[in-house]
Design a protein around this ligand. Structure first.
Ligand SMILES: NC(=O)c1ccc[n+]([C@@H]2O[C@H](COP(=O)([O-])OP(=O)(O)OC[C@H]3O[C@@H](n4cnc5c(N)ncnc54)[C@H](OP(=O)(O)O)[C@@H]3O)[C@@H](O)[C@H]2O)c1
Length: 423
């Protein structure tokens, strides 16, 4: 960005929360004060001071981190934060509840922005309200830079780039497989999920957004060949295994379709994508697919009904601010495979892209994906033609994010699918 009067390169807003604190820790581990002017933000000064002392105490390089106070209920504080930063990286959620004033402030100030939202109803609101203004202001507002939806979005981009380079044409379909994942979940994430279910029960417009596979596409382009997420166990059409519905499909599939649209349909208007959980071959795979499908169905039902949703929030879910244990984070890992299929003059071909890491997906890996997204925006390290708008990771940043993730130990690569891999 050209405005050099801004005091901070990156502000991590939400640093008192589980994800925000991990992002601040990651950025101070990976970068030095010589290369990054980093600040932490939130609404509670004394807790921010305690976090600052702990984060700085873990580092040999950092002696201090400026603190920026900003409260979602006081938009003027967010305007000041946005004016004074090159990039605001926010983990203040649920985004439906707290996110809009910051997006507005960043668009007004022409400030780049990245977040962790998986709340598609809110993303759609941001598109409708701010996309055009963000384009005019050259403000890149990049949603879903965590486990939702970097592996699916970037994996699809890698698979398609490989297909175009090796086979001269993109894949016409992609299946996204959540092959493995272990780690914990925080109160903040469950609160955001509850917010989405509540909005869907109360508001027919939210149900319409969740019912349309193309609801994140640009206005006037919200139709296409995909008809919706897989909802039942199914034998996979591209691999010798059974599959169950993926709980993240409603977010990830829509983000991938928005990437294709924002990049002006390099994968074609007939491109189809589906995200699933592979459960293995044969009778065992079919039984597991039924169990997973049943579990997701029950959870969805419980979250859709007001009294059970309230009971889960009150008695079962951890409170906002509570996160997975150190042990869950340390032993976590994930792998997402995107298998693309296409046809050229020599016949059909298949490609595989894999994005994964030996870290828990929702926190350790998410903090790195979000932190590196912020750094790509700061350093303009993108291969994107887009300089503003309500964007996705693949459309705003693209392959440079994969490159950075590889250098910190992630897998992020694509190849020809030569043999059937274990599901
Ligand atoms: N996509 C992914 O893969 C992924 C992964 C992890 C998290 N997430 C999402 O990221 C968000 C954060 O998750 P989390 O686990 O870090 O939640 P959390 O621990 O509850 O943190 C929420 C943060 O928001 C702040 N906040 C709340 N109200 C505020 C207000 N009025 N003004 C300013 N700040 C306010 C909190 O500050 P106080 O401490 O002062 O209350 C806290 O810093 C959630 O929406 C979650 O769904 C997504």
């Amino acid at each position: 960005m050209s405005n050099t009067d801004r005091q901070h390169d990156v502000v991590v807003w939400g640093a008192t929360g589980v994800a925000g604190r991990l992002v601040a820790e990651y950025l101070t581990e990976q970068y030095t004060p010589d290369t990054l002017s980093l600040a932490i933000g939130g609404r509670d000064e004394s807790r921010l001071q305690a976090i600052e002392a702990e984060v700085v105490g873990r580092s040999d390089e950092w002696e201090t981190l400026p603190i920026v106070l900003g409260d979602a209920t006081e938009p003027e504080t967010l305007r000041a934060m946005a004016r004074d930063a090159h990039v605001v990286c926010t983990t203040v959620g649920p985004y439906t509840k707290y996110g809009t004033p910051l997006v507005e402030a960043c668009v007004e100030a022409g400030t780049d922005y990245c977040d962790l939202t998986g709340e598609v109803n809110w993303t759609r609101e941001m598109i409708d309200q701010y996309h055009d203004a963000a384009v005019d202001a050259d403000a890149r507002i990049v949603h879903s830079c965590g486990f939702d939806s970097v592996p699916a979005d970037l994996g699809t981009l890698l698979a398609q780039s490989f297909a175009m380079a090796e086979f001269g044409t993109p894949c016409t379909r992609a299946r996204i497989y959540l092959e493995s994942g272990s780690g914990g979940v925080s109160g903040g994430t469950l609160a955001s999920a509850a917010e989405l279910f509540e909005a869907a029960s109360n508001d027919p417009e939210v149900r319409a957004v969740l019912g349309n596979p193309y609801s994140l596409a640009p206005s006037g382009e919200r139709t296409g060949v995909d008809t919706g997420e897989q909802r039942l166990p199914r034998k996979d059409p591209l691999r010798p295994c059974w599959t169950a519905p993926s709980p993240m499909a409603p977010v990830n599939e829509r983000v991938v379709r928005r990437s294709n649209a924002l990049l002006d349909y390099p994968w074609g208007r007939g491109f189809r994508c589906t995200e699933v959980v592979p459960t293995g071959p044969g009778v065992g795979g079919a039984a597991s697919a039924s169990l997973v499908s049943g579990g997701i169905g029950l959870f969805t039902l419980a979250m859709s009904v007001g009294p059970t949703r309230s009971a889960l929030k009150r008695f079962v879910f951890p409170d906002p601010g509570e996160g997975p244990s150190e042990e869950e984070m340390e032993n976590g890992r994930f792998r997402v495979r995107v298998r693309g299929q296409g046809t050229n003059e020599d016949g059909p071909f298949t490609v595989d892209a894999v994005v994964g890491a030996d870290r828990d997906p929702g926190y350790g890996a998410t903090a790195r994906m979000l932190g590196e997204s912020a750094m790509c925006l700061l350093e303009d390290d993108t291969d994107s033609p887009l300089s503003g708008g309500i964007l996705t990771p693949a459309s705003a940043i693209g392959e440079p994010l994969a490159e950075r993730l590889r250098t910190i130990g992630f897998t992020a690569s694509a190849s020809e699918a030569t043999a059937d891999v274990d599901a």
